[in-house]
Design a protein around this ligand. Structure first.
Ligand SMILES: [Zn+2]
Length: 170
């Protein structure tokens, strides 16, 4: 695996900051991960990305180094299409849950409720809550966490969680 920055003098063909790609230039290795990420539902692990790209570690490194890959937290990456709240939730450990998932599903209007930036997230029993700059309410449970996608739990699960969530009714 490549560990040092690319020397532009040695590799003038590689686009990067200050070296825009010439017209018609397409370096598939940089952008393919965005497409793969979208195909994988928006959020994927490094292992999944490599598995989906024939283990192309060099392209992976290039993409990460030049800002074509958005690292959510260690080993996890998000497509540009992932909503900021879902990205922040995954950074904290899991998909949007409870009232945050209801907002995502379009059931709850954040303006009608004082959601105040707190993220409600779903964590599996063996899950880990990562520290982030957003206040987080964790909802624990393997089934709930797996009920939807990596973006948000299912609508049904979110409704049930919100019904019982103390901090959703303050
Ligand atoms: Zn909640």
């Amino acid at each position: 695996m490549l560990r040092r920055p690319i020397d532009p003098a040695l590799h003038p063909e590689v686009p990067g900051p200050g070296r825009p790609a010439p017209p018609g230039y397409e370096f598939a290795g940089f952008r393919r991960f965005e497409l793969v990420l979208r195909q994988l539902g928006g959020i994927a692990s490094r292992r999944e990305l490599l598995a989906a790209t024939d283990g192309d570690e060099t392209s992976f490194w290039f993409a990460l180094h030049y800002g074509y890959l958005d690292r959510v937290r260690t080993g996890w990456y998000a497509a540009a299409t992932v909503p900021p709240d879902a990205r922040a939730a995954w950074a904290a450990g899991g998909p949007l849950a409870c009232v945050s998932a209801l907002v995502h599903h379009g059931v709850l209007d954040p303006a009608d409720h004082q959601i105040d930036g707190t993220l409600h997230i779903a964590l599996g029993r063996g899950g880990h809550r990562f520290m982030t700059d957003r206040p987080v309410v964790a909802h624990w449970g393997d089934e709930d966490r797996a009920s939807g996608t990596r973006i948000a739990v299912s609508l049904e699960t979110a409704l049930r969680q919100a019904r019982w969530c103390a901090s959703a009714h303050q």
